[in-house]
Design a protein around this ligand. Structure first.
Ligand code: FAD
Length: 474
């Protein structure tokens, strides 16, 4: 959906087919990073996403661990989701579930010209030197159709059939738990005792997992990753489940029998940390969980998928418009795969340290500050894949920094200048260089801008359509 939306933003028509008959009916992923919100801001949906998220969640909650919701607190990982990060972006981290977010993205994607077909399977495909031909099947109508496209993005999830068909292997930590998500109803407000909690890890001798609750705190979910002996747990949680057993899990995690609970749904999923060997096969690109699967700890999975799309679409648009050669497309894999490897390991490190210490902390990466994962991922030749976004200061390969500036009488973020074309930002005394490239040019006479971008008044910074610094002359 993000790919179709962003392609629409670049004036490229896309057809997206989705097996399900509509947008998500379960809450599913909800933690949206500032980077994803910045991308949503570029395509004009930040405000509506923000508004809907406020209707659903109390923002700025904590991420913490408890023995049970009613009982002992173990500790806080983050005490306020946006504390200490507000100045670095024009946006904020929010929680909004997929069931509310997807219709917003869908309607904007359609406004921008994307065709989204639900209840439709992509049954088979063939690649040739000019494009991709696919057979799609409308489930309810029983109708089959052949469609032709210049390129195909396989965003078909962790069990990607396209990836399998192309013979691209996944590599990494493999699957370490057959987990479940239990969606339930029940008034948990008294157990929250006024605490503002976004994600609550539960660790006790019966189970390990995490809670998330929605306003008005009468519904939520419990994800369960492991059962029993913490040093030698049962990690196959999904086999032989009954509703009664799920009720018992929820009661144990709440630490109370007093709250009447109704189970609404149980979803099995695999906790896995793997990255595809390749992200591109000729005219086909893997994106999202099809390219990298990670445990939900950190809330990186969906966000990383949106960032894949953001990296890929401007390149596709330039190639399709004849402004760049197809070699540009090869940089999708060379830029995104190292970031995926890093992000997957960061999610795994959070899984091990927060939920599954029995997996062993030897050989895992140190847990980096969330900000470095969310805004500090970077591209380039020096194999550096992340950096503190407060220190990168316009270094080529990193996200161009946010600074509030005066522009045509309005207060805007520097990020609001990016999104369509290459952009050349210049200091007040710079002579714009001669460039063999179509770029919007903006002269910014503001010391805060010079400082943030690491240039002198005669310096220039060239920014890509995805808001990453391409080049800089100090
Ligand atoms: C409990 C839990 C909590 C999570 N929380 C967060 C969070 O807070 N933040 C976050 O960023 N991430 C989170 N994640 C991860 C996030 O859910 C995933 O990374 C994200 O949903 C992946 O999106 P995707 O579009 O790549 O794949 P999917 O969501 O798997 O979508 C793939 C789609 O492709 C369709 N499809 C497959 N094959 C075909 C075909 N042949 N034809 C037509 N359609 C097809 C499927 O029906 C499916 O809808 C969480 C995950 C879990 C399990």
């Amino acid at each position: 959906m993000s790919t179709a939306l962003l392609l629409g933003h670049h004036g490229i028509r896309a057809l997206a087919v989705e097996h399900h008959r509509g947008t998500a009916i379960h809450p599913r992923a909800a933690q949206i990073s500032q980077r994803t919100m910045e991308i949503f801001r570029t395509v004009g949906v930040e405000q509506i996403v923000r508004k809907k998220s406020d209707e659903q969640f109390v923002q700025d909650g904590a991420i913490m661990a408890v023995e049970t919701l009613a009982g002992k607190e173990i500790g806080y990982f983050i005490s306020n989701l946006n504390e200490g990060v507000r100045d670095i972006s024009p946006t904020e981290r929010v929680f909004i579930s997929q069931s509310l977010l997807e219709p917003l993205l869908k309607s904007r994607a359609e406004e921008l010209g994307a065709q989204l077909r639900y209840g439709t399977d992509m049954v088979s495909f063939e690649e040739d030197s000019n494009g991709v031909t696919a057979v799609i099947h409308k489930r309810d109508a029983g109708k089959t159709q052949t469609v032709r496209a210049a390129y195909m993005v396989a965003a078909d999830g962790a069990h990607s059939r396209v990836r399998e068909r192309l013979g691209i292997a996944m590599r990494g930590r493999g699957t370490f738990s057959n987990s479940i998500t239990i969606y339930f109803r029940g008034n948990v407000a008294p157990l929250l005792r006024g605490r503002n909690l976004s994600v609550i890890y539960v660790t006790n001798p019966t189970l390990r997992g995490f809670f998330r609750f929605e306003k008005p705190f009468d519904s939520g979910f419990l994800a369960v990753n492991a059962l029993g002996d913490p040093t030698n747990p049962i990690t196959d949680v999904s086999t032989g489940l009954t509703e009664e057993r799920c009720l018992e899990f929820v009661r144990v995690a709440l630490g109370s029998d007093e709250v009447p609970i109704t189970i609404e749904n149980i979803m099995p999923w695999k906790a896995q940390a793997d990255v595809a060997d390749r992200f591109q096969h000729e005219r086909i690109f893997l994106a999202g969980d099809a390219a990298h699967v990670m445990p939900p700890n950190g809330g990186f999975g969906g966000n990383t998928g949106v960032q894949d799309a953001h990296n890929l679409v401007w390149k596709l648009a330039m190639v399709l418009k004849g402004k760049a050669g197809p070699e540009l497309l090869a940089t999708y894999e060379s830029e995104r795969r190292p970031v995926a490897l890093f992000t997957v390991e960061q999610a795994y490190a959070r899984y091990v340290t927060r939920t599954a210490p029995y997996l062993g902390t030897g050989g895992i990466q140190a847990v980096e500050n969330d900000l470095n994962v969310e805004l500090g991922y970077c591209y380039g030749d020096d194999r550096r894949v992340h950096e503190n976004p407060r220190e990168s200061k316009g270094r080529p390969g990193t996200r161009a920094p946010h600074v509030w500036i005066e522009y045509e009488g309005r207060r805007i973020s520097t990020l609001d200048l990016f999104g369509h074309n290459f952009v050349l930002l210049t200091g007040p005394e710079a002579k714009p260089p001669k460039m063999d490239l179509d770029a919007d040019v903006h002269r910014i006479d503001d010391p805060a801008f010079l400082e943030a971008y690491g240039i002198t008044p005669s310096g220039t910074v060239l920014v890509r359509p995805d808001g990453f610094v391409a080049a800089r002359t100090r």
